[in-house]
Structures are given as C-alpha cells and as structure tokens.
Design a protein around this ligand. Structure first.
Ligand SMILES: *Cc1c(COP(=O)(O)O)cnc(C)c1O
Length: 374
C-alpha cells in the first residue's frame, strides 16, 4: 500500500513569508546587564499604579469592561485638556477629543493592526518609511496589504516628499512614525502639512506617536492639531514607553468618529485586560509624577548624545528615548561587544544599533563600550 499524505492546510503565502518580530535581548534573571534593547522605561511602576493593579486583581474572574469606558473617558479628558492648551489647535476650531474618538487595544501594535484591518482591502498598498518600526511589515501583511517601503533620507529622517510621491491609486494608507523608531528624528509640522496637502483625502495617514512625550523639538508635528485639520489622519499612542506599562499592553488610536467606529469594529473583543485598564487609569491620574521621569530620561538622552557628539559621532537627531548608531556592517560585532560588557542593545544587522536611554550608569557604560565602535 502506498502511503499517500493527506493534503496539508495551506498557510497564507503573505504570512509564511513574514519576517519574525525580533524582540530586544532580555536580561537573564540575576545578570548584571543593563537592558537598553527595547526602548522601555527604566523606572519601575509608581506605587499608586501598583496599588491599582493589586486592587483590580480581585476582580479577574470577571471579563473586563469590553470598551474600557472608564479608561477611554480618562484618555479623552486628558487629550481634550492638552489640545485646549495648545496654541496651534486654538487657531482653528480646536478638535475636542471625546470618548467616541478614542479606541484602545492590547498595545499600540494591536491598535495599528486594527486600524489597517478597518480600511484595507486585499492587495491595497500601504506606504511605509524604511528603516522604521519592525512591526510595520507584519501588521501590513496580516491586514492583507502590500507594503511599499520608502527609504529614509541620508540623515535618517522620514522622506515625506518621497513618501507622498509613492502614493498611487492603489494606496489606502501611509504610516508616519514620529519620532522614527529606530533612528530618532521626528517629523516637523511644515513637512507634515506639505505631505497632507499632497496626499489624497481618501488615503489614511496613520501617525504613530509612540514616543511623543519625549519630543523636545518645538517644530515637530502636533498630532491633535493635525487631526483637527485633516479628516484622514489617525493618531496612535501607547502607555508602553513614557507611562512605563510595556508589560501590560495598552495603546490607543485617536480618530474621527466614523473611523473610530470602524477601528472598534475590527478590534479583538475584551482586548485590554482588567489590570491594564486600571493601571492605565492610575497612570493618567499620576501623569505629573510620570512626566518628571520622562524629563529625566530626556535629560539623560541629551547628555548621552552631547557626549557622543563631543567624541566625534555623527548621530541623527534623537527625539525618542533612544539613540541610533549607524554602524552598517560593524553592527552585529559591536552589539556583541556591548553585551559582553554588560549592555544589551538592539542591533539591526547591516544597518545600525539602537540604544535605549536608561539609568545614568548604563549611559556611562555605553559610552565606554562605544568608544571602540568608531
Ligand atoms: C514601542 C512602539 C510602539 C508601541 O508598541 P506597544 O504595542 O504599544 O507596546 C508603537 N510604535 C512604535 C514606533 C514603537 O516603537
């Protein structure tokens, strides 16, 4: 009897061809390494946030609030008060964020996935800057889209004129990462305005502002003011970086009501768990305390960049909580040297190393290690 194998379940070719997301190297328990590989917040959660998580633990036999109403209301409140203080937004009728404009998800990567699922038909193109956030190729392909990568400029910035030129009648969305992970520069408002004037109003422009709290260049995009002026803009933000909740997975989109409804419709039911909802609410309540920490990280970033430039490094503008070393072919060896010296960094083979800003002692060690990279 000839053995005949039953046919196998086919995997979507766009899925079997996907690159795996490479997480930043993790510190083995008890090891003395500094983990500067995942752009995390170096500070442990605030006691008030830990208390909120502990309180919420008593209720985890119940499903969480499906639409995270309390959290969504808190986010809308926070955004409405920040746009009210914003002089740019005040020039035009300010976009008042209401809960109907906010959609939360299991980290902003999931939110981004849902945003694309809400608008893409199979084969639609998504224009993406590249090198940029490594989740982008994955979310685009999973949503059934085709990624059109547009190279960065020589100084590692998004090339918005080239991105606008890459938009065709097959384009349904564009991803704008500002500040750009892993290179660091942020998009300026004048670049964004010119870009949005050039892009058709039926192409969705997703502005990924994962690091917005760390930006100090006053000329950069004001997301809410931009959303106010353009109906095709969606903002995506996260509690993972400045708010220090990477382990709990909470992110959100801010969009016009019609688009927000569509994003909600594609979202995983109960996607944000109960502990995460309460931790995020407590974090918004402790925002001022958290922003002091952000200020410390920004100061540490600027100290690191300043010292590196003094030593002759030509580095791109660092507006996030990380610094980019364009090392090209030396990348993998340099990352291994850093690991051996006790600093875990994130290498992008053949391109460069991204180093997250953490403790001052980690910066000092990194400065020592990087001396041999030049
Ligand atoms: C870290 C990061 C995110 C946030 O991801 P979460 O899923 O919210 O943890 C989103 N976009 C970019 C560009 C990032 O670097």
């Amino acid at each position: 009897m000839t053995a005949r194998r039953a046919p196998r379940v086919p995997v979507r070719p766009s899925v079997s061809g996907l690159p795996a997301y490479v997480p930043g190297a993790r510190t083995p328990v008890g090891a003395a390494a500094y983990k500067l590989s995942s752009n995390e917040n170096p500070y442990p959660p605030l006691p008030s946030v830990v208390a909120a998580i502990a309180d919420a633990a008593d209720d985890v036999n119940r499903y969480p609030d499906m639409y995270a109403s309390e959290l969504v209301a808190a986010i809308a409140d926070h955004l409405a008060s920040s746009s009210a203080q914003d002089p740019l937004a005040a020039e035009v009728a300010p976009f008042r964020v209401t809960p109907e404009n906010v959609v939360v998800g299991n980290g902003s990567v999931a939110v981004l996935q849902h945003v694309l699922e809400a608008v893409l038909e199979p084969g639609d193109q998504v224009v993406v800057p590249w090198r940029s956030f490594e989740a982008y190729p994955i979310v685009v392909a999973v949503a059934g889209g085709e990624m059109v990568p547009v190279p960065l400029t020589d100084d590692a910035r998004l090339d918005l004129p080239a991105m606008a030129a890459a938009v065709t009648d097959r384009t349904r969305a564009v991803l704008v990462c500002t500040p750009n992970n892993p290179t660091g520069p942020a998009v300026r408002q004048d670049e964004m305005d010119a870009f949005l004037d050039a892009v058709p109003s039926d192409v969705l422009v997703v502005v990924d502002e994962a690091y917005v709290e760390f930006v100090r260049d006053p000329r950069v995009v004001d997301g809410l003011a931009t959303l106010d002026r353009h109906r095709n803009v969606v903002l995506v933000r996260t509690f993972s970086k400045a708010y220090g909740l990477a382990g709990l997975r909470v992110g959100y989109a801010v969009a016009r009501k019609r688009l927000a409804r569509a994003i909600r419709a594609t979202s995983t039911p109960f996607g944000v768990n109960h502990l995460a909802q309460h931790a995020a609410i407590a974090s918004l309540a402790a925002r001022d305390e958290l922003l002091v920490r952000v200020e410390n990280v920004v100061a540490e970033r600027d100290r690191m960049v300043g010292l590196l430039r003094d030593r002759g490094w030509d580095l791109p503008d660092a507006q996030g909580n990380f610094v980019w070393f364009p090392l090209g072919e030396r990348t993998v060896a340099a990352a291994a040297e850093a690991a051996a010296a006790g600093v875990l960094v994130r290498p992008f083979a053949g391109e460069g190393i991204r180093v997250s800003v953490g403790e001052p002692e980690a910066t000092d060690l990194l400065l020592e290690v990087s001396a041999s990279w030049r």
